[in-house]
Design a protein around this ligand. Structure first.
Ligand SMILES: Cc1cc2nc3c(=O)[nH]c(=O)nc-3n(C[C@H](O)[C@H](O)[C@H](O)COP(=O)(O)OP(=O)(O)OC[C@H]3O[C@@H](n4cnc5c(N)ncnc54)[C@H](O)[C@@H]3O)c2cc1C
Ligand SMILES: *[C@@H]1O[C@H](CO)[C@@H](O)[C@H](O)[C@H]1NC(C)=O
Ligand SMILES: *[C@@H]1O[C@H](CO)[C@@H](O)[C@H](O)[C@H]1NC(C)=O
Ligand SMILES: *[C@@H]1O[C@H](CO)[C@@H](O)[C@H](O)[C@H]1NC(C)=O
Ligand SMILES: *[C@@H]1O[C@H](CO)[C@@H](O)[C@H](O)[C@H]1NC(C)=O
Ligand SMILES: *[C@@H]1O[C@H](CO)[C@@H](O)[C@H](O)[C@H]1NC(C)=O
Ligand SMILES: *[C@@H]1O[C@H](CO)[C@@H](O)[C@H](O)[C@H]1NC(C)=O
Ligand SMILES: *[C@@H]1O[C@H](CO)[C@@H](O)[C@H](O)[C@H]1NC(C)=O
Length: 860
């Protein structure tokens, strides 16, 4: 066991040699613009804030930045991990963050799932790992950068599940808020043409904090993606963000095109802020529990009045936990694993569970930690006749040369590449003539599965009732253009020239659970995603494997793929066994603090307030009640943006001005842009813009409200003054606030001034685009983290020593590492191993299994 630990450490060290090639110190300026961020506990301990946000990830940083736009509200964020300064290359360099990323590092919680019923191989190496970002930016700092939305039906389902809500969470609303969080940067015409990039600006934001676009460099095989689907007769959406994502897209990534760096929650929502004394961010401290007042409110609800926290390294004695007071609210943004854990530790959760760990039951809520859903994934790998794939960056020399380019030439490097070719085939595409039978089998099987979930997880009837409604919706998706699988082309396989098609089930019927297994907040909860425990999920995965193989032969894709590396035995049994040996997370867990009615097992209401409390909110991916066909980041930002408006509107009631502005709004917590949001136009805006530019901006904004960016480009060129203004203050942020005021503020005098300021700021920020685009060969895109991660991770983990992963925490339900190792050896002989892992394992017995499937399926 010790030996294995040290091989893991050595592997990590080896993989960081590239980072050492160019000293981090030259990038220290990345950090200087940060808001008040430190691990100095005295800034938060024994202090009060209006809001305390638990967790500085995607939901947490976005909601904290938005609330603190109101100068009357103070916000503290407490983040368990570090501030990222130790890991800048691994966070900010897009491709580098895949091949040398932060999964299995101190920026990862390093969770593992318990032994799965259906997945044999689950506990070997990569398969059992459940990465979650631990540090500022959360999973948004370590993820695959995919920026994509689900279809309108899938957001509308949130309304269907909450029929009595006066707050709308349907597509139009979510689209509005996802747009609010993003700024789209168009790809170059050359990239559009070469890679068939399908997008339409109409569906994207123009002034949000998160910069999205396509990489500078895109590997050549991506050009076959869209045509291959076309040749199969599958729908090609006009833009995956349009509300119909059925079919293939070369999707956007969270990449800032000015320098091809990751636009993570910190870079987007925090770094551009001018000093904002209302926002305090404490790192390296973990919230342990929510502190509730002894008194309940007039409606009998618990009142959260603060949080307890300790140093994340566990060195704070539980008798000496720190405390901070929340005058208004505690907001849980710890994500799908930690939010239910914190609730359970604080006395809100399934009664039996809390009693088992001797935790006082403050509010028995059976849904907390339950209703867990995730996308399970596997990959089919192929050899190709192309010389250049991501694998070339596994070569130290090439990697170093490209790193230099990234650093010195505005990111114009192969390291800008990330996987971007994805597709969402629907049930008809993948099940074809078996669909009717499949569908009626599921319908007949619902009662049986409900019983089995009840037994597996000791499930409460309310939670089962909520699942039944979800299953009904999921079943209904079979007849709709709703993606059942995500197909994802990864440019990284197990060797030179290899690529992979990852496939992941998007609408699982299977349900899992996350429960504490100790009263100690520093002990990981037990995570059981219940992968493929519903047989329909296995069938979809099986058909997905066949679909991937069909795709590999489609159109010109077939001309360059030379060999299929795994899943070569096409019988149901063989494919199922291979899936059992390989399936793992696609990193999209949700549902553990579901926004559902209380009698349907819900944890939060549609204001995101935890039932039975007056002021404890959840703002993260755990509130999503039912899976969506998308990676979750854009949706989670949308949730945070909407939550911030709900919150700001609620608290502006105290202010007579705001009350007047809301006028006839009947809802206590409206869901539009709040008044508070329309001010603060001029934060750091554009000192050097000429008056004429402002006037021009006003005129244009009135005429073409939505096209500010197009205008801004020409304005920057024609005035030439935007150049001088660049670098003064925080143009990006000023621009955003100004233009969002413009968008929502109508034609009042304030609105026009806002438009002017906003547009002026646009001129400043987009000036840099204009400088870049003429000489830029254009942005390119790739796909790839999710498949590629397996490779990177297994590289780290195994390093020639076989399956040497030592769990940091042994779960009561998990098997021992010795058994794991034995299983792994056995599985290595099986036909379907994770191909990518093999290539990195020097162990002869493992690499020899490669020979099991060397028969080329087709020739070039
Ligand atoms: C490896 C990986 C790849 C992914 N790839 C993509 C992708 O390409 N595209 C995409 O859209 N999505 C992707 N996702 C998913 C996406 O990143 C997450 O769904 C999203 O970040 C969820 O946001 P969140 O706010 O719920 O949680 P997170 O972003 O994970 O933030 C939670 C934060 O809370 C902190 N925290 C937790 N508990 C405590 C506590 N008790 N005290 C203090 N702080 C605490 C954590 O350290 C973390 O910083 C990926 C995820 C992973 C892990
Ligand atoms: C919030 O910050 C602003 C400056 O951005 C300052 O004027 C204001 O006083 C602060 N408010 C509080 C409540 O600290
Ligand atoms: C990239 O540019 C943005 C502004 O466009 C800046 O905020 C960020 O710090 C830069 N990132 C790196 C890694 O240089
Ligand atoms: C329908 O599904 C059942 C259960 O999977 C299977 O046994 C049967 O052969 C299928 N029938 C047809 C016509 O495909
Ligand atoms: C199931 O969904 C259908 C629509 O697909 C709806 O008409 C029906 O009422 C739902 N049934 C239940 C029990 O929710
Ligand atoms: C394929 O798998 C089946 C089990 O489903 C097995 O009987 C058969 O021998 C396998 N074929 C090959 C060529 O390995
Ligand atoms: C959610 O619960 C809170 C606290 O009880 C309440 O104030 C709020 O109005 C509720 N929201 C909705 C949409 O019912
Ligand atoms: C902050 O409070 C002041 C004084 O009460 C008020 O004039 C102002 O409108 C408030 N700002 C916001 C954004 O609510």
């Amino acid at each position: 066991m010790k030996l294995q630990i040290s091989s893991l450490l050595l592997a990590s060290l080896a993989s960081s040699t590239l980072a050492a090639y160019n000293p981090h110190s030259q990038h220290k300026h990345w950090l200087t613009s940060r808001a008040d961020t430190s691990d100095d506990v005295s800034k938060v301990n024994n202090k009060d804030f209006d809001f305390i946000v638990v967790g500085g990830g995607v939901g947490g940083l976005a909601v904290a930045a938005r609330i603190s736009e109101n100068e009357n509200l103070t916000v503290a964020v407490i983040e368990a991990g570090g501030d990222g300064s130790e890991h800048e290359d691994q966070i900010y360099i897009p491709g580098y963050s895949y091949l040398n990323g932060l999964t299995v590092s101190d920026y990862d919680w390093n969770y593992k799932v318990v032994q799965q019923q259906v997945i044999n191989g689950n506990d070997q190496t990569f398969g059992s790992r459940w990465p979650r970002g631990k540090g500022l930016g959360g999973s948004g700092a370590i993820n695959g950068l995919f920026w994509c939305r689900a279809s309108s039906d899938e957001y509308n389902a949130w309304n269907t599940l909450n029929p009595d809500s006066r707050i709308d969470w349907g597509w139009e609303e979510m689209q509005k808020y996802m747009k609010k969080s993003e700024t789209l940067h168009k790809p170059s015409q050359e990239h559009i043409d070469t890679f068939n990039i399908n997008f339409d600006e109409e569906y994207h934001g123009t002034d949000g904090p998160i910069q999205v676009g396509w990489p500078y460099y895109i590997y050549d095989p991506v050009k076959h993606w869209i045509p291959a689907y076309d040749s199969l007769g599958i729908n090609i959406p006009e833009d995956g963000a349009s509300g119909n994502n059925h079919g293939p897209v070369i999707t956007t990534s969270t990449i800032n095109p000015s320098n091809m760096s990751r636009s993570d929650p910190k870079a987007g929502y925090i770094d551009p802020l001018p000093p904002r004394p209302n926002l305090t961010i404490l790192t390296n401290h973990q919230v342990t529990t929510v502190d509730f007042s002894d008194e309940k409110d007039a409606d009998g609800n618990l009142v959260a009045n603060g949080v307890y926290f300790g140093k994340t390294d566990g060195s704070t004695d539980s008798n000496d936990y720190f405390r901070a007071t929340a005058n208004k609210e505690v907001i849980l943004s710890g994500g799908t694993v930690n939010t239910p854990q914190t609730l359970q530790l604080s006395g809100i959760g399934p009664e039996d569970l809390l009693q088992q760990y001797d935790i006082e039951v403050k509010n028995a809520l059976p849904g907390v930690g339950h209703n867990l859903q995730d996308h399970a994934a596997t990959s089919v790998y192929f050899n190709t006749n192309v010389a250049e794939t991501w694998y070339e960056l596994k070569d130290d020399q090439t990697a170093a040369v490209e790193l230099e380019k990234w650093r010195n030439d505005d990111g114009k490097s192969k390291w800008s590449y990330v996987n971007q070719a994805i597709a969402y085939p629907d049930a008809n595409d993948i099940m074809s003539d078996q669909l009717d039978n499949f569908s009626s089998n599921i319908q007949n099987n619902i009662d049986e599965y409900a019983d089995s979930v009840k037994n597996m997880y000791n499930e409460d009837d309310t939670v089962i009732a909520g699942m039944r409604e979800q299953w009904n919706i999921t079943h209904g998706y079979l007849d709709k253009e709703v993606g059942q699988l995500e197909m994802l082309m990864t440019m990284l396989g197990g060797g030179p020239g290899e690529i992979g098609f990852q496939l992941a089930i998007q609408h699982p019927f299977s349900r899992g659970v996350i429960e504490i297994q100790s009263k100690d907040p520093f002990t990981h909860p037990a995570i059981d995603p219940g992968y493929l425990t519903h047989s329909a999920d296995m069938e979809i995965m099986r058909q997905g494997v066949r679909f991937a193989i069909e795709l590999s032969k489609a159109g010109e894709m077939g001309d360059y793929i030379t060999k299929q590396e795994n899943y070569n035995n096409n019988t149901d049994e063989a494919i199922d066994m291979a899936i059992r040996n390989d399936a793992h997370t696609e990193y999209h867990p949700l549902g553990t603090a579901a926004m559902l009615p209380l009698n349907k097992g819900g944890v939060v209401n549609t204001s995101l307030i935890v039932y039975g409390t007056s002021n404890l909110r959840v703002v993260d991916s755990s509130i999503i009640p039912i899976e969506i066909s998308a990676h979750l980041m854009a949706t989670t930002y949308g949730i945070a943006e909407k939550a911030a408006d709900i919150i700001k509107t609620h608290y502006s009631q105290d202010d007579p001005d705001e009350r007047n502005k809301q006028g006839s709004s009947s809802s206590e917590e409206g869901d539009g842009d709040s008044g508070a949001n329309k001010k603060g136009i001029a934060i750091g805006v554009v000192v050097g813009i000429v008056g004429l530019a402002t006037i021009g901006a006003v005129a244009w904004a009135v005429r073409r409200n939505m096209k500010k960016r197009a205008w801004a480009h020409s304005m920057a060129v024609s005035t030439g003054r935007g150049v001088e203004a660049e670098g003064e203050g925080s143009p990006t942020w000023g621009y955003k606030e100004g233009s969002s005021a413009n968008l929502t503020g109508g034609v009042g005098a304030g609105g026009l001034a806002a438009a002017g300021a906003g547009a002026g700021a646009v001129a400043v920020t987009s000036q840099s685009d204009d400088t870049l685009s003429p000489s830029r060969p254009s942005f390119h895109s790739y796909d790839g983290f999710d498949g590629g991660a397996g490779v990177a991770v297994s590289d780290l983990l195994t390093n020639g020593h076989g399956y040497g992963v030592v769990p940091q925490h042994d779960f009561s339900r998990s098997i021992s590492s010795i058994e794991r190792a034995e299983q792994a050896q056995a599985q290595a002989q099986a036909q379907a191993h994770t191909h990518a892992q093999d290539e990195y394992q020097q162990t002869p017995s493992l690499s020899s299994t490669h020979d099991v499937h060397t028969t080329p399926l087709f020739k070039q």
